[in-house]
Write a protein of this length. Structure first.
Length: 395
């Protein structure tokens, strides 16, 4: 494991997802200052998330065919530029374009950065979990940063939101200049000792398709719980608004803990055991949330659910890359972008179901979806990619 390189990439992930979190954090301020309607706000969220999810696999294809390390800093710098312009723009059209630009930057960042993090982490699942948590930490700081810098009708100060990206850009350039010099020295010392060309195993698209279906079954419960948890506690269980907010915080924090625990567990029992353990533990937690009769019980089940659902997260990312060893960036773009966005795309359907039948019915249907995802997860098989030189393959 290259700990220094992994730490740098984790820092860039925190900065990148900071801007992903700033978009929804700025929307309430835009409603107050510019008088945007809920329809206008929904349009901005579609520009930020929908466009990003669709084009992220395309950036993965490009990164596989033309590996470019500069996509990592360009990604989070473009995302920062989009957020700054969205805050300074007065026209709704210009704001929409700026938010879409932010989404494109985020989409460009994830595929190459995830592949680089896998390379820096080597065989360790814990490395990928650390990289993933970096993004969670960055997103969690977004509401605080937005309220501090541009709160109270001060969107004109949005240019200050670009400072974290500029600082990380300087760090990235300095680190890569040193890394390039070290690599040149090492290459010169090796001289002509370079090995034969590397042969990569074939892509297993069938297994990858099963994994994508599993992740889709994961994303639907995740997005639905995230969007309806507070309403479940405050309306159905007659809890306070503080308890509803605490449940959301617990769900997010438990997810970060689960991601780290999943990496640690993956290094000890293997990633397939970690994936299966996460899905099997999530089922009773989801059932407990459906059957909860008090806010306290719902809060406990929420924390359990958040940790369980994120246990398989890092393992699923590395497994996707091993299913498609010839296209690891594409695998990252599809699993982290397109598959995870399905939950958001179908969320209006669950909203209509909640209006018609109540949140209890919706969560019961979501539990059934999670059961299907668990069955699919149990059918997944491990695949360890072993890199071979030309001489080894010939032998």
């Amino acid at each position: 494991m290259n700990s220094r390189r992994l730490g740098l990439l984790t820092g860039t992930h925190a900065v990148n997802d900071l801007y992903q979190g700033l978009v929804p954090a700025l929307l309430p301020l835009m409603v107050l200052e510019r008088g945007y309607s809920y329809t206008a706000v929904s349009g901005l969220m579609l520009a930020a998330t929908g466009l990003s999810s669709v084009v992220q696999p395309l950036f993965g294809l490009y990164a596989d065919r033309h590996p470019r390390a500069w996509l990592v800093p360009v990604g989070f710098l473009v995302a920062a530029l989009g957020v700054v312009l969205a805050g300074l723009s007065q026209s709704y059209l210009l704001t929409w374009i700026a938010v879409a630009l932010c989404g494109l930057g985020i989409a460009a960042y994830h595929p190459p950065a995830t592949v680089a993090a896998r390379a820096a982490g080597g065989a360790s699942q814990k490395a990928m979990s650390v990289f993933s948590v970096g993004g969670t930490i960055g997103a969690s700081f977004a509401p605080v940063l937005a309220a501090t810098v541009v709160g109270g009708g001060s969107l004109s100060r949005s240019y200050l939101l670009g400072i974290p990206a500029l600082a990380m850009g300087v760090v990235w350039v300095a680190a890569n200049v040193r890394r390039g010099a070290a690599a040149g020295t090492s290459s010169a010392s090796r001289g002509s000792k370079a090995g034969a060309p590397v042969l990569k195993p074939h892509n297993d698209w069938r297994a990858f398709g099963l994994l994508v279906a599993t992740i889709v079954g994961w994303s639907i419960p995740y997005v639905t719980v995230l969007s309806m948890l507070s309403l479940r506690i405050t309306r159905d269980l007659h809890g306070t608004s503080f308890q509803g907010a605490a449940a959301l915080t617990a769900f997010t924090a438990a997810g970060a803990v689960g991601t780290l625990a999943g990496g640690w567990l993956g290094d000890r029992i293997g990633r397939m055991g970690t994936i299966r353990c996460g899905y099997l533990l999530a089922l009773p937690a989801m059932a407990g949330l459906v059957l909860a009769s008090t806010p306290g019980m719902a809060l406990a089940c929420t924390a359990w659910l958040g940790m369980s659902m994120f246990l398989p997260f890092a393992a699923q990312v590395t497994l996707a890359q091993d299913y498609l060893p010839r296209n690891p960036a594409t695998a990252s773009g599809i699993t982290l972008g397109l598959a995870l966005s399905v939950g958001g795309l179908v969320s209006p359907l669950f909203g209509m179901l909640s209006d018609a039948r109540g949140l209890g019915t919706t969560l019961t249907v979501v539990l059934c979806v999670l059961c299907v995802a668990t069955v699919l997860a149990l059918r997944l098989r491990n695949r360890t990619v072993q890199v071979m030189t030309g001489e080894a393959a010939a032998a």
